[in-house]
Design a protein around this ligand. Structure first.
Ligand SMILES: Cc1cc2nc3c(=O)[nH]c(=O)nc-3n(C[C@H](O)[C@H](O)[C@H](O)COP(=O)(O)OP(=O)(O)OC[C@H]3O[C@@H](n4cnc5c(N)ncnc54)[C@H](O)[C@@H]3O)c2cc1C
Length: 448
């Protein structure tokens, strides 16, 4: 059958070839015919003969590709993002440092504005939170601004409790006033001096500069004869803050340290380390060694609580790595006159703080009033739940007083000049922070 078909096919092909056709069309017809013929043959073979599987042609081996490791993409992208962030971070930092050291030109101070009006003068007293926050919001191109403060830097107080332990360096939380003043668009002058008197009627402030004695024999010593000057103002921004209140307790000014200014924190640090190093020369278990190893904080407000916690953490987590067993010997005690620490805060925070102190081993002495201190001991009286009292003597190596704040003398002097200032707790201001009873004097961050 197959032969017959093959024969008929070839006969048909021969007939087709013998027809008179154009060469090209003949060729194409032949090709078409051949194709259709061969496909016919193929179909027939398929129908009639079983497909005999011959040896399969060996397939070339597929080139081995290294399998992708799981998570490789994640790490590649993490690396790229880290690199990009590092480069971006360094660039931003470099730019900020450059900008700080190359500040743009400031509009100089002038008597008159370009429109001929008087350019008013603002005197800012102080270089703390109130003063610097005000300066940041002020359009310094509109006024002649002068800052007067004996402290030539702004102090970032929330981080001050970390300075005695060395967790933060003192310099990192101090920003020079001149640097801040130089960053503003209009010129801001700074005078390192304390305001000694204010005349709100004449709109004048009296200022005084006292240099600290650096070494014996300094050529320039004016602490005996301070340099004085006076300044006129159109507006006065009064922001001198508060001073430490010792409540007249005997021995506090002589023997206790404070935690109010940067140099206070440095002094606490020195006392803490001196006490620890001196104690280690003494026999273990001796009373003197125990005394020197006692760090006492008086005052359970935010400053006292933060300091006690910082010191305890530092001893347990850091110092004990270098001085073994120090955490067992060192004693941190917090004394508070009221029944709780952090009395001005929510009771949950108070409870939490007391729990943490108990678990960390900070000795909390609440309801305990400090009566007197001397070079070695704190004398205090504890008020018991039944109303009775008990006296205690607590030996200390380092003592920090964080018992509260009081108005500065300059503030009480100013209030005394103004009949409308009737509060004994601080200056009275209206809703614009303007002082009651005088024009153009504004007080910032005052006790109410
Ligand atoms: C350890 C510590 C931690 C704190 N933590 C926090 C916190 O986490 N959150 C918070 O909200 N508050 C905190 N505070 C409180 C906060 O620091 C004060 O509320 C804030 O400093 C008050 O700002 P101020 O501008 O009134 O005074 P200050 O910031 O004290 O500034 C007073 C400025 O006036 C200057 N001055 C003083 N006398 C004169 C004078 N006669 N003439 C000219 N200038 C004068 C001083 O040198 C100083 O520059 C903390 C305080 C301390 C001490």
């Amino acid at each position: 059958m197959l032969q017959r078909q093959l024969f008929s096919c070839s006969k048909a092909s021969m007939r087709a070839i013998s027809r008179p056709m154009m060469a090209s069309s003949l060729k194409s017809a032949f090709t078409q015919r051949s194709i259709s013929t061969s496909s016919l043959i193929y179909q027939e073979v398929k129908k009639t003969e079983p497909i005999v599987k011959s040896n399969p042609v060996p397939t070339p081996p597929i080139a081995k590709t290294t399998p992708k490791k799981k998570g490789a993409g994640f790490w590649r992208w993490t690396f790229r993002i880290t690199m990009l962030s590092t480069i971006a971070g360094w660039s931003a930092l470099t730019y900020l440092v450059w900008k700080e050291t190359n500040p743009a030109d400031q509009l100089p101070q002038t008597e008159l504005k370009p429109n001929g009006n008087k350019r008013k003068k603002i005197v800012i007293v102080g270089s703390g939170w109130g003063a610097m926050s005000f300066l940041q919001k002020l359009d310094t191109t509109q006024y002649n601004v002068v800052i007067v403060s004996p402290r030539n830097y702004f102090l970032f107080t929330p981080l001050l409790p970390s300075v005695p332990t060395g967790t933060i360096d003192q310099k990192s939380i101090c920003d020079p006033v001149r640097l801040i003043a130089r960053q503003t668009p209009g010129e801001v002058q700074y005078m390192e001096a304390a305001v000694t008197d204010i005349d709100p009627e004449a709109k004048k402030v009296y200022i005084e500069h006292k240099s600290d004695r650096l070494t014996i024999g300094d050529a320039f010593i004016n602490d005996g004869e301070p340099i004085r000057a006076e300044l006129d103002y159109d507006y006065l921004i009064y922001s001198v803050g508060a001073k430490v209140n010792t409540f007249g307790i005997q021995g506090i000014p002589e023997y206790a340290s404070y935690l109010k200014e940067a140099q206070d924190a440095v002094a606490v640090r020195q006392k803490l380390f001196n006490s620890v190093e001196a104690a280690r020369l003494l026999p273990e278990g001796s009373d003197e060694r125990k005394r020197l190893m006692t760090f006492v904080v008086c005052g359970g407000g935010p400053t006292g609580v933060e300091l006690a916690a910082e010191v305890k953490d530092y001893i347990v987590q850091d110092l004990s790595k270098f001085i073994p067993n120090l955490e067992k010997e060192m004693n941190v005690t917090l004394i508070e006159a009221l029944p709780n620490v952090l009395n001005m805060f929510h009771h949950k925070l108070i409870e939490y703080t007391q729990q943490v102190f108990n678990s960390q081993g900070v000795h909390l002495r609440t309801n305990t009033m400090v009566k007197k201190v001397d070079a070695r001991n704190v004398y205090c009286t504890e008020k018991k739940a039944d109303g009775t009292t008990e006296d205690h003597v607590i030996p200390y190596g380092t003592l920090v007083w964080a018992g509260g704040n009081a108005q500065r003398k300059i503030t009480t002097d100013l209030a005394a000049k103004i009949p409308e200032q009737t509060s004994r707790r601080g200056l009275l201001v209206d809703e614009y922070q303007k002082l009651y009873g005088v024009e153009d004097v504004y007080a910032l961050v005052v006790q109410a």
